[in-house]
Design a binder for this molecule. Structure first.
Ligand SMILES: [Zn+2]
Length: 103
């Protein structure tokens, strides 16, 4: 049996603890890498897909605002900040114009 498996002296215990700490750190790093890889995988899988029915979204650009619309269920999706931009007082009536595109 090696010293690693059966520490017999306080010095050995120190090294075993150090080794366990190193392995724990490695496992945490692996876990973080896997989380990043999983996030990438999910993005690849769902990018520009309708969150309701899973079909492709197509982008229509109107007055600088990119509107993603589902080719199947006609769900309409806005990126962060776009709804606020459409509903802002300086863009009065813009939201209605955008919606009339789809009527
Ligand atoms: Zn859809």
């Amino acid at each position: 049996m090696s010293n690693f498996e059966k520490p017999s002296k306080p010095e050995d215990e120190y090294f075993v603890r150090q080794e366990l700490e190193r392995r724990k750190k490695w496992a945490q790093e692996q876990s973080a890498k896997m989380a990043v890889a999983e996030k990438d995988r999910l993005k690849q899988l769902h990018f520009m897909k309708c969150p309701k029915c899973g079909m492709d979204l197509s982008t229509i650009e109107f007055h600088g605002i990119k509107i993603d619309r589902c080719s199947s269920c006609s769900g309409t999706w806005f990126d962060a900040g776009e709804i606020e931009q459409l509903l802002s007082p300086q863009n009065s009536g813009m939201f209605g114009k955008v919606m009339s595109l789809f009527r």
